[in-house]
Write a protein that binds this ligand. Structure first.
Ligand code: RB5
Length: 145
């Protein structure tokens, strides 16, 4: 599976750790930066990752900023993106199972690196359940149109 990843200055350590971890697990990781600790505007990175997921170039995305919120707000403006800002295990799993979320947004100032790795694993390992949830996801897509 191909995964797009990106961060701003609030999430560099977490992003690098997640990218490394997922590569070790055999995933193909496409890293949209940042690559060093410089201040950037998170919407720029969110747009790159969101476009790559919306186009199908990458199946899922992971974005890290200070809270995970700015990244999710920006990514959700791209058609076809369902980005979820998450900081605990239950939501990381259920946003795949029920919402078919395709981008996970994490807060580098909210959770530690260890938790971030566990949430990333849950997100990429969980399949959408479909069924009645497909109808609800379709309703979200209708709103988008
Ligand atoms: C950057 O200081 C911070 O605002 C950003 O990382 C993020 O938390 C925005 O939602």
């Amino acid at each position: 599976m191909k995964i797009a990843i990106g961060c701003d200055h609030g999430g560099l350590e977490h992003k690098n750790a997640i990218a490394e971890h997922l590569k070790e697990r055999g995933f193909e990781v496409c890293d949209f930066g940042i690559y060093e600790q410089v201040s950037v505007d998170y919407p720029e990175i969110a747009l790159k990752v969101a476009n790559s997921v919306a186009s199908g170039e990458n199946e899922l995305g992971i974005l890290v900023c200070g809270t995970g919120i700015g990244m999710s707000l920006a990514a959700n403006k791209v058609k076809g993106i369902r980005a979820a800002a998450v900081s605990e295990h239950f939501s990381a799993k259920y946003t795949r199972l029920h919402n078919n979320s395709n981008i996970l947004c994490l807060g580098g100032r909210v959770i530690g690196v260890g938790t971030a790795l566990e949430l990333a694993d849950l997100f990429v390992d969980t399949e959408f359940e479909g069924g009645r949830h497909q109808r609800r996801v379709d309703m979200i897509t209708e709103i988008e149109k």
